[in-house]
Write a protein that binds this ligand. Structure first.
Ligand SMILES: Cc1cc2nc3c(=O)[nH]c(=O)nc-3n(C[C@H](O)[C@H](O)[C@H](O)COP(=O)(O)O)c2cc1C
Length: 158
């Protein structure tokens, strides 16, 4: 079964995922990026994972600060997903309603769930790193999650 990089990308695009913004803090510096490669790992202890491109600026901040928060986006937050995937570093948090989690990682308003995490381990894998976080805080809100499928944002009913 031979395949090209385009085949691999197309196969990945056929998996429906939620959309998160992963935020990080190191000292006074904050940053964040849109991430779909998020998964549950364990309930006891409570662990989650994210796969982050080693060239992403957020990658360096997670390594440095040792904390991150996973903000699970709600339907209607497509612009936020685009902002955290494309906008310049300085513009990502401008005019945004945010508060700090216990770890210091930024929490974005309007998300359906938020997980505040301390970095438990990091595993380099290809051009990404799998960061495993121990969940130290959870916040839940009502609402429908944003779904990403076939390179488009959708809702559960689409
Ligand atoms: C829907 C969507 C999902 C994404 N998922 C991931 C992901 O799981 N891991 C990753 O490393 N980049 C992912 N990206 C790309 C990053 O969000 C993008 O490269 C970002 O600009 C990196 O920001 P930074 O370099 O400022 O940290 C995704 C982008 C979009 C639009």
């Amino acid at each position: 079964m031979s395949f090209s990089t385009a085949d691999l990308k197309n196969a990945f695009a056929r998996r429906a995922t939620g959309v998160t913004v992963v935020t990080a803090r190191a000292g006074e510096r904050i940053h964040g990026m849109t991430v779909s490669a998020f998964a549950e790992v364990s309930l006891e202890p409570p662990l989650v994972l994210i796969c982050i491109d080693q060239s992403a600026k957020t990658h360096a901040l997670i390594e440095e600060g040792g904390v991150f928060a996973v903000n699970i986006l709600a339907r209607g937050q497509e612009a936020l997903a685009d902002r955290f995937a494309t906008r310049e570093e300085e513009a990502r948090f401008s005019d945004l309603e945010c508060e700090s989690a216990a770890t210091g990682a930024p929490l974005l308003a309007g998300c359906v769930a938020q997980l505040d995490c301390r970095l438990a381990s990091a595993h380099e894998s290809g051009d990404h790193t799998i960061f495993v976080g121990e969940v130290v805080g959870v916040r839940l809100s009502d609402g429908e999650p944003l779904v990403f499928y076939d390179r488009n944002y959708r809702g559960l009913s689409d």
